[in-house]
Write a protein that binds this ligand. Structure first.
Ligand code: NHR
Ligand code: GAR
Length: 217
């Protein structure tokens, strides 16, 4: 059984989608811990309801990013996870933390990377008038939103979209692509070496693209 730790800060709808898929497909992987930096994250309730252990480490209780990250390492390391999943986790991780779990940590970022790294992605995409937007699942490297991209979920930007409408559309495709990546991991199809992602032993020179038009969401 492959062990997974999920890091959250908020609603945890991606966590929910992943838990649902793991249960439905009876996959050879298990979420051993859901860790939040916020005690009020709704995702903690979702995990508890599914019988998954939870922990809260409040970053405000620490003097530095490094001290917060060290505390997370203390809690995560006994589990020795094969995969750490960032699912709406909102704290930038120190280089030390990223190196500690090198090649074993993935994130979903709400943009078609390398476009719109960082925050406020929907607002910036709308301001630019792009035709498509979406979400990217990537390996985490010390540099923000810059690791190898595994999958992108692509959605159209529609006339009349505001930030909320676009965000909702992106969220829906996130709930398709993130569980898919976790399935690949559970089935031993996904790995990472030297900042390159491999699917079925082949380097992903381009991310796999899942178009909203081609899936039922
Ligand atoms: N850490 C590293 N080293 N590398 C990445 O690629 C990371 C990461 C930590 C989180 C998620 C990322 C996203 O998908 C992520 C990727 C938070 C911020 C941020 O500025 C930026 C990017 C991401 C997550 N956080 C503020 C901070 O000071 C706090 C913002 C808040 O609390 O609302 O850490 O977008
Ligand atoms: C998701 O849209 C994810 O892409 C984004 O936060 C949301 C979390 O939703 N991540 C970031 O912005 C990371 N900075 P969820 O808590 O319902 O899964």
């Amino acid at each position: 059984m492959r062990s997974i730790v999920v890091l959250i800060s908020g609603s945890g709808s991606n966590l929910q989608a992943i838990m649902d898929r793991l249960a439905a497909d009876n996959l050879d992987a298990k979420i051993e811990l859901v860790l939040s930096n916020r005690a009020d994250a709704f995702g903690l309730e979702r995990a508890a309801k599914a019988g998954i252990p939870t922990a809260v480490i409040d970053h405000k209780q620490f003097d530095s990013r490094e001290a917060f990250d060290q505390e997370m390492i203390k809690v995560i390391d006994p589990i020795n996870p094969e995969l750490i999943v960032l699912a709406g986790f909102m704290r930038i991780l120190s280089e030390g933390f990223v190196e500690h779990y090198n090649g074993r940590m993935i994130n979903i970022h709400p943009a078609l990377l390398p476009a719109y790294k960082g925050l406020d992605t929907h607002k910036r995409a709308l301001a630019d008038g792009v035709s498509h937007h979406g979400a990217s699942v990537h390996y985490v490297t010390p540099e923000l939103d810059s690791g190898a991209v595994i999958v992108q979920g692509r959605v159209p930007v529609l006339a009349g979209d505001d930030e909320e409408a676009l965000q909702a559309r992106v969220h829906k495709i996130e709930h398709v692509v993130y569980p898919e990546v976790v399935t690949w991991f559970a089935n031993g199809r996904l790995n990472n070496q030297g900042d390159i992602a491999y699917l079925d032993g082949k380097p992903l020179t381009q991310p796999v693209i899942i178009d909203q038009e081609t899936v039922r969401t």
